[in-house]
Design a protein around this ligand. Structure first.
Ligand code: UDX
Length: 430
């Protein structure tokens, strides 16, 4: 049996390689021919630890191939995973144009029963729309099932998450389709939850919105901690031991970014609004997140004084460690603020590259942390890459003109940094 994965971005490629590793014949399809040829040659078009090794292995074994011909892709496959993007529109709603064009192609070219599995994050009720779009595209009625099977992959940990999911959610009203999806993941040991399609779609939003809420709660509390001169890091440890709260996603910082949280929270708000519901708590989650980098910027200004002509070393561009993804990265917002105030920026990231749009005379990307902090008036940490904690900070102080460190991820040991002569400021640490 061939399985088609439509859309080989980060979710699609990970899903395709998971299925290949589980022993299925997989076809990765994308309309982007350059992506198809990059993947076919064994290179990932993005950075994801461990995924390149899987790609090599599965290409060599012949379990996976990548194509850009939709007719061949659809007609050779019995099962189709939809992994195309659903970006945010101006009003916060999810743009379903890529979903629509993918399923319209499937409806147009299918010649026998197909099982469609929706991995893309879509508004509640999309399964009904997809069913309608396929039916409308079919020349003559052919049977198909549409199952919602949301992904919960973290960038930077996608391979681990794919093979060790906390749960697999299968949203369908057909027990035969549910059974078939379960069979595809045959060797994955995980709880399975079979729900209605709408419930499965909602679970994805509810999970991401809840995690974003935890982060914004800690970030807002961090602002109060600064006033009270107590440590948000200690607070996180103190509440995290409570099993009802849990230790994860309590790390205060400069806000959440990435391709999911900002987009999904706004999409959920839009869905609520359409149904006359306001979700005030989530509105505040967004508000805190959108002002957190400004709060950090105010801290920088209040300690550094005038920014004009100061040399600032920015460490970390990616929205989190383990990825080169810059979507909604707080680093870019901070760089914009700093440039507006007249700073010269020396930026470093182990894998992410400054986007074309952000390049200008006052910003240069350098190859090492040492180059970034050489002659700097301040260091601003935007991404908690583990290698930054391992830098020889004691020796690096002499490279700087002034030794101010603004740790936007609370990743360094502030007491130790102060002992080494730095003026160290975290977020919410008094
Ligand atoms: C997220 C979800 O975790 C995943 O299940 C979903 O499928 C896709 O979206 P991802 O965007 O890769 O994954 O990153 P995640 O690890 O969740 O972090 C998101 C953002 O929150 C990052 O900017 C991160 O820096 C920030 N974050 C996370 C915090 O600020 N504090 C924390 O305690 C945790």
């Amino acid at each position: 049996m061939n399985i088609l994965v439509a859309g080989v971005g980060y979710v699609g490629t990970t899903t395709a390689l998971l299925l290949a590793e589980l022993g299925w014949n997989v076809i990765g399809f994308d309309t982007d021919k350059s992506k198809v040829s990059t993947l076919s040659s064994g290179t990932l078009p993005f950075y994801e630890p461990g995924l390149d090794k899987l790609l090599h292995t599965q290409l060599n074994k012949g379990n996976i191939r990548f194509i850009s011909d939709p007719v061949q892709a659809i007609q050779e496959s019995q099962v189709i995973f939809i992994c195309v993007g659903t970006p945010s529109q101006e009003d916060g709603s999810a743009d379903l144009q890529y979903i629509r064009s993918a399923v319209t192609m499937i409806g147009t070219y299918m010649q026998e029963y197909k099982l469609l599995i929706m991995k893309s994050t879509v508004p509640v009720g999309t399964q009904n729309l997809v069913t309608q779009w396929i039916s409308e595209a079919q020349k003559s009625p052919l049977p198909f099932d549409v199952v919602s099977n949301p992904e919960f992959l973290r960038e930077g940990n996608a391979v681990y998450d794919a093979f060790h999911p906390d749960r697999i959610v299968i949203g369908t009203d057909s027990s035969a389709a549910a059974q078939q999806v379960r069979m595809l993941y045959r060797d994955i040991d995980s709880p399975y939850l079979v729900t209605t399609p709408a419930t499965a779609e909602m679970i994805k939003y509810a999970a991401n919105a809840f995690l974003a809420t935890k982060i914004s709660y800690m970030n807002e509390l961090a602002r109060l901690c600064d006033q009270l001169n107590v440590s948000i890091t200690d607070i996180a440890a103190g509440i995290g031991y409570d099993a009802r709260i849990g230790k994860s996603f309590l790390q205060a910082g400069i806000g959440y970014g990435g391709s999911c949280f900002p987009k999904d929270v706004k999409s959920l708000l839009h869905i609520a609004n359409n149904h006359g519901s306001s979700l005030g708590l989530l509105q505040q989650v967004v508000q805190v997140n959108e002002t957190q980098h400004q709060y950090f910027m105010e801290q920088i200004k209040s300690h550094l004084g005038i920014i004009d002509k100061k040399v600032i070393a920015v460490l970390g561009l990616a929205f989190k460690p383990g990825t080169d993804d810059l979507r909604e990265a707080p680093s870019l917002k901070l760089i914009t603020h700093l440039l507006k105030d007249g700073a010269f920026i020396q930026v470093h990231d182990p894998v992410a590259r400054l986007p074309e749009a952000a390049r200008q005379a006052h910003v240069r990307q350098v190859k090492s942390v040492q180059d970034a902090i050489h002659g700097a008036d301040a260091v601003v940490i935007c991404t908690e890459w583990p290698e930054y904690a391992a830098e020889p900070w004691r020796d690096l102080a002499c490279e700087m003109r002034h030794t101010a460190v603004f740790d936007g991820r609370n990743m360094l040991d502030g007491t130790q940094m102060k002992a080494w002569g730095y003026h160290y400021y975290g977020i919410g640490n008094g």
